[in-house]
Write a protein that binds this ligand. Structure first.
Ligand code: PRP
Ligand code: URA
Length: 209
């Protein structure tokens, strides 16, 4: 079963609390998303493999640890997941970025695919699927299905807020995928929105309704 890692660091909790507030502006929401994902990405990549490398400091030769390759892929689920890409790229500037376009059908709440483009070497990369919200889990499961169809193997899912229902669905469908979240909320409402949540993440990021 994939582990659920909840980032309860006070800075992350504080910034997510600001994002939840109705009066937070689109600009502030976007800036906070980048700040939070940078903090989360720092912690979520704690187990990336290092390798010893010989370098020369101004003082002497030394063997130091450096990341073993830059074998990361970031895969945002469009469109709200795009709000996480810059933060992750600031940590891993050479990461490749795949895109999956999905939206939830407003009636059925089922994910509908409209775009999918993965790096060709996705099978060799540590993959971080990013999306602010894990509600019913339908979008995350469908996105990870696509990535696996393209050969992706080492996959983690990172979001801001998850509902217990979504975590369960994702764990059942993809037990090999670790889940990184900033907050586990109470439940879903009758429209499959997370309670208390932050509303529609895509609309809040891009100022749409
Ligand atoms: C939101 C969110 C997730 C999905 C989560 O996207 O960004 O992708 O809903 O819900 P689920 O777990 O029930 O599938 P939305 O469908 O609103 O599309 P958008 O990003 O284009 O706004
Ligand atoms: N998608 C969102 O953007 N917010 C929710 O609460 C649920 C799905």
């Amino acid at each position: 079963m994939g582990k659920v890692h909840v980032f309860d660091h006070p800075l992350i909790q504080h910034k997510v609390a600001l994002m939840r507030k109705t009066e937070t502006t689109t600009k502030d929401f976007r800036d906070l998303a980048t700040e939070v994902v940078t903090l989360m990405g720092f912690e979520a990549t704690r187990n990336l493999p290092l390798e010893p490398v010989e370098i020369e400091t101004p003082i002497c030769k030394a063997t130091v640890n450096m990341l073993k390759g830059e074998d990361i892929a970031i895969v945002p689920i469009l469109r709200a997941g795009l709000g996480f890409v810059d933060g992750m790229l600031s940590l891993y500037p050479n990461a490749k970025v795949g895109h999956i376009g999905l939206y939830r059908d407003p009636e059925t709440h089922e994910p509908v695919e409209y775009y999918c483009k993965m790096p060709t070497d996705i099978d060799k990369r540590e993959i971080f699927v990013v999306d602010p919200m894990l509600a019913t889990g339908g979008s995350a499961v469908a996105a990870i299905d696509f990535i696996k169809q393209h050969g992706g193997k080492n996959i983690a899912f990172m979001c801001l807020i998850a509902a217990p229902e979504g975590i369960e669905v994702l764990q059942k469908a993809h037990p090999d995928v670790d889940i990184y979240i900033a907050a586990k909320d109470e439940k879903l409402n009758e429209n499959a929105y997370i309670v208390p949540g932050l509303g529609d993440a895509g609309d809040r990021l891009y100022g749409t309704k």
